[in-house]
Design a protein around this ligand. Sequence first.
Ligand SMILES: Cc1cc2nc3c(=O)[nH]c(=O)nc-3n(C[C@H](O)[C@H](O)[C@H](O)COP(=O)(O)O)c2cc1C
Length: 196
Amino acid sequence: MSEIPVRVAVIVGSVREGRFGPVVANWLAGVADAHGGFEADVVDLAESELPLAMPAFGAAPTATVAAEVAKVAPRLEAADAFVVVTPEYNHSYPASLKNVIDWHRPEWRAKPVAFVSYGGISGGLRAVEHLRAVFAELHAVTIRESVSFHGAHTRFGDDGLPNDDAAGVAAKAMLDQLGWWARSLTEARAARPYPG
Ligand SMILES: Cc1cc2nc3c(=O)[nH]c(=O)nc-3n(C[C@H](O)[C@H](O)[C@H](O)COP(=O)(O)O)c2cc1C
């Protein structure tokens, strides 16, 4: 009997004009679909206009802001798992990612988060280490294996695929673990309320 697919939200963290992020995210979404057992939803933060300014504690957002929240929140809520695709900006991750993380809370709780990073010399690894600390605060489980591209612009061909096999091997290892955690945590959340 085939298992119900894991719904994975692939979050495109960069919103910069001329960004490289969609190349990496679309590749990963394709790998997840081909891996089997996943149903990928690419959540592109450039399509969202969540403001930086949040409402006061206890206050409802304005109708305009609520409409922006409604574009993203249900997709994060529906996800069993996340892959955050992040570049490295000044030894960390972009502000657009911190904003979407902070605007949401139960959407992350007791769910697994994997990372695909890219950048210059570092391959985005410092961005990932910072994200791990943030997601721990939100009761999310971060996946040990990750995929990273240093010199990302030179690592993909015009077909949008990496030039070598190493990334695909790393992505498979990451997705194997992400799928295990997603299924395990989905069952656990259904069996008993998470105490957090
Ligand atoms: C503001 C800014 C800061 C950056 N800082 C770093 C850095 O600290 N380390 C690094 O390896 N690359 C750094 N880079 C290079 C980016 O990681 C690289 O250009 C990446 O492709 C950017 O992602 P994007 O094209 O999706 O925006 C920086 C780029 C920008 C725009």
